[in-house]
Design a protein around this ligand. Structure first.
Ligand code: IMP
Ligand code: MG
Length: 175
């Protein structure tokens, strides 16, 4: 990894503060409702673990695994590699993502989950790169808006590395 240089973009303290705020917002929105919080694997596992502990109401947790694009081009579809373990019919669903880049993942995930007749689907993403988005998907809650640059840390990876960094860093490839 010696050809990689990281520069901090969002500090650990700023992430913590924003996660607490998002937790409060979701608590207000879903108090008393039949809620399932869904972790969109893999990148959002750390954000999910912190965020759900800031949501002060009763809810179920579930996990959804998605395959990445086949080849370098997006097919516009996501392939489910690990499906939800419960029926979401009639339930309020909060989808927790790490980052919205082209927006393809979230748009197709919404399409898929809507066929299962949930009461509502709310999308939360730690990061959003609006300049990289290729569709008109609008996330409901965003932690931070960033430029179109590759980032790692706090669950996000570069070839599976750097997920355990406590902050978000921009990757500079020195090759
Ligand atoms: P989208 O479908 O293009 O919005 O891509 C979303 C997925 O691509 C995210 O859930 C991440 O797993 C991955 N991704 C996009 N940008 C980055 C990045 O800057 N760092 C790490 N992973 C990323
Ligand atoms: Mg993701």
């Amino acid at each position: 990894m010696e050809h990689i240089k990281l520069s901090q973009l969002i500090s650990e303290d700023d992430i913590k503060e924003r996660v607490i705020e998002l937790g409060k917002t979701l608590t207000k929105e879903f108090q008393g409702k039949d809620l399932v919080c869904v972790c969109v694997l893999n990148g959002s596992f750390m954000f999910f673990a912190d965020l759900i502990r800031e949501i002060d109401c009763d809810f179920a947790c579930d996990f959804l695994g998605l395959s990445s694009y086949s080849g370098s081009q997006s097919t516009g579809e996501v392939k489910v590699t690990l499906d939800l373990s419960q029926n979401i019919k009639g339930k309020h669903v909060v989808l927790v993502e790490d980052i919205i880049d082209t927006g393809t993942t979230m748009a197709s995930l919404l399409q898929l989950l809507n066929t299962r007749s949930p009461e509502s689907i709310t999308t939360v993403s730690l990061l959003h790169k609006p300049e990289a988005q290729k569709n008109d998907f609008k996330p409901d809650h965003i932690g931070f808006t960033i430029k179109d640059e590759f980032v790692v840390g706090y669950g996000l990876d570069y070839n599976q590395y750097f997920r355990t960094l406590p902050y978000i860093a921009q990757v500079k490839n020195l090759n």
